[in-house]
Design a protein. Structure first.
Length: 239
């Protein structure tokens, strides 16, 4: 299923000069914020939760997911270059699976690693907060990558829609509106963070069994549907 050639092309597209600059910007900003907060307030568990939950998990991870997920396939569909890949003897399900793996790897690398570093700066991993949010970032990366990869296959406006989802739904509604939290990847990931960090420091509105089921279900269904959409994409000359 995994195709090294497709992976190499996708990595090259995602880590080009323009996208790489954006990918590095958010993690760098998180670490700068963490360092400034630690210098001003010292080590504080609640402050660490606020920074990692409010910026890292609620904003940085979904935005990086938008860049990696949509960028792994959307531009190729938009400019028509996908036809060259589809004309090769490569199964379309393999193309989707490989691009998903690349998107997940990029999202994890640019979100989970800086989340751990920021958490360690903020309170030295007290109450396992740094580890908890790192795990949350890892699992959220999978769901976001699958969702935004699907979005890249079905819409030419995938980046705009993804940004609206990340900034409005996850950051605003997912944090403030109680009814919307059940349908928030952020809250699903927080359920795992809560189990690791303890209910006294990290809270989620979604129970752990439901959160795990939703994370797995959304990731699998989004990947499957993206594969179906790519299978129905017609090349020039196809009936």
């Amino acid at each position: 299923m995994y195709n090294p050639t497709v992976a190499r092309l996708t990595y090259r597209a995602l880590l080009g000069r323009r996208r790489a600059a954006i990918l590095f910007l958010l993690p760098a900003l998180l670490i700068v914020i963490a360092a400034a907060v630690r210098a001003l307030n010292g080590a504080d568990d609640q402050v660490a939760v606020d920074v990692l939950g409010g910026f890292a998990l609620a904003t940085m991870v979904p935005l990086i997911g938008v860049i990696a997920g949509t960028g792994s396939i959307g531009p190729e569909i938009d400019d028509g270059s996908i036809v060259y890949l589809l004309s090769k003897p490569v199964q379309r399900s393999s193309i989707i699976f490989t691009k998903l793996i690349v998107a997940i790897a990029v999202t994890m690398a640019f979100s989970a690693i800086p989340t751990f570093i920021a958490g360690y700066i903020l309170n030295g991993n007290g109450q396992q907060i740094a580890v908890a949010y790192t795990v949350a970032a890892l699992v959220a990366s999978i769901a976001y990558s699958a969702l935004f990869l699907l979005l890249g296959t079905v819409s030419r406006h995938a980046v705009v829609i993804g940004l609206v989802y990340a900034l409005v739904w996850e950051t605003l509604f997912g944090s403030l509106v109680a009814g919307a939290r059940t349908l928030s990847v952020q809250q699903w990931a927080l359920a795992l963070a809560q189990r690791i960090g303890g209910e006294g420091t990290i809270t989620s509105d979604v129970g752990l069994p439901l959160a795990v089921g939703l994370l797995a279900g959304v990731s699998v269904l989004a990947t499957w549907y993206a594969g179906q959409k790519l299978r129905t994409l017609k090349l020039a000359g196809e009936e």
